[in-house]
Design a protein around this ligand. Structure first.
Ligand code: NAI
Ligand code: MG
Length: 379
């Protein structure tokens, strides 16, 4: 039987709740599609830090490197100064595992409320590929005369051909198995130097993908187009900072924090990829069963696609979407079922038989399934 090693990092707050639901769904996927996972739970986060003073110990990094994928919940706690856990664990992991790409699907599933009036699922199905290692987030910056009226700060953005090409090539490959359209999102008219490099990479790499149609949109214009006409976009590739911003806007379109999923991908085979819902530890609702597990389950679907379990990935996506469509509200007491119950419901939709109607069929054009195709061609 095929088997994959999985590191599970439930984290803090609602992290363990949504991760538990995702693992229930994983059990059902394994039964239906005939593969196994060997799971190691690793206690990173606020409790572990407060008890031991450890953020991301070196032996944990080594252990994570030996797994096929990481399923992450969320970390963060009011008991720890903001930034310590986020930088010391999440950012550190992205670097240690060489997670070159942050992948953020923006798909509005049927029946999910969106704040954008008139937006329909047919019009909202795109993927944002965010370069995850450099740009404005890499440089340390410098300052002189802090705390005086002459305080001066310099914060550069670093763009290497190597990292940009890696992200752009992945985006082309993804576009090729989707609708064949790739958009570069940048600010080439003002950030001229970085812009020239990104544009040159797009053109050079594009020679290998003549079947993919490309275009370009400034990041400010993107913030208008995305809510108004998301159907313009199939795959969007962008830098770290712009990607951080436009992916949050994308999450709004698809129903927000409870629904949005992400993958931090190592595409070179020299580190482990990590999959997580985009929300944080939600201390305001933790312990009540009010967190929506859909984002965690869709992250699991991305993880399965990344592992080459394309059928299981597409099925988990479809089952999650089917359960989402029935929810009276996307979060809180009004959701109509607890986090745990929703995990079981998604698992049942995946397995079915119980209702006599068979498992929910895969959605057309499942990104989760496409990812398996793209990863099959990666190193
Ligand atoms: P948050 O995402 O935890 O919560 C924002 C709001 O959304 C809250 O009202 C929360 O109840 C709600 N919410 C979050 N997830 C939900 C879900 N699955 N279903 C329904 N409602 C949900 O962001 P916040 O409050 O700014 O941060 C809380 C902690 O999480 C902080 O320590 C922060 O640093 C950390 N954080 C960690 C992240 C990670 O682990 N990747 C990402 C974002 C924040
Ligand atoms: Mg963000």
């Amino acid at each position: 039987m095929r088997s994959h090693t999985l590191a599970v990092l439930p984290g803090d707050g609602v992290g363990p709740e949504v991760t538990g639901a995702a693992l229930t769904v994983l059990d059902a996927a394994q039964d239906r599609f005939g593969f196994g996972t060997e799971r190691t739970e690793i206690p990173l986060g606020a409790d572990h830090y407060l008890a031991t003073g450890e953020l991301l110990p070196e032996d944990t990094v080594t252990a994570l490197g030996d797994h096929d994928a990481i399923l992450f919940g969320a970390i963060g706690s009011p008991r720890v100064t903001p930034g310590i856990l986020e930088r010391g664990i999440i950012l550190a992991l992205r670097g240690a595992m060489r997670q070159a790409i942050n992948l953020r699907p923006v798909r509005l599933y049927p029946g999910v409320p969106t704040p954008i009036a008139g937006l329909t699922p047919e019009r909202c199905d795109l993927v944002i590929v965010r370069e995850n290692t450099e740009g404005a987030y890499v440089a340390q910056g410098s300052r002189v005369h802090p705390g005086t009226p002459a305080w001066t700060a310099v914060q550069e953005s670093v763009n290497t051909w190597y990292a940009v090409e890696r992200a752009v090539d992945f985006a082309y490959r993804l576009a090729r198995v989707r609708r064949g359209r790739l958009t570069l999102c940048h600010k080439t008219n003002v950030l001229v130097e970085a812009g020239k490099l990104w544009t040159a990479v797009m053109e050079t790499v594009g020679e290998r993908y003549p079947d993919v149609e490309t275009d370009y949109v400034h990041v400010d214009a993107m913030c208008m187009h995305l809510p108004v006409s998301p159907e313009r976009f199939d795959v969007v590739v962008t830098d770290n900072l712009f990607g951080d911003i436009v992916t949050d806007l994308g999450a709004v379109l698809q129903g927000g924090l409870g629904v949005a999923a992400s993958g931090n991908l190592n595409i070179e085979g020299n580190g482990t990829s990590m999959f997580e819902p985009i929300h944080g530890s939600a201390p305001d609702i933790a312990g009540r069963g009010w967190a929506n597990p859909a984002g965690a389950c869709l992250s699991l679907a991305l993880l399965l696609g990344h592992l080459g379990e394309g059928e299981a990935a597409a099925a988990v996506e479809a089952a999650t979407a089917a359960v989402l469509a029935e929810l009276p509200a996307l979060a809180g007491a009004d959701m109509g079922a607890s986090t745990d119950e929703l995990g079981k419901r998604i698992a049942r939709a995946l397995t079915s038989g119980e209702t006599g109607s068979g498992p929910v069929p895969p959605l057309e054009g499942s990104l989760m399934g496409q990812l398996a195709q793209v990863m099959a061609g990666s190193g």
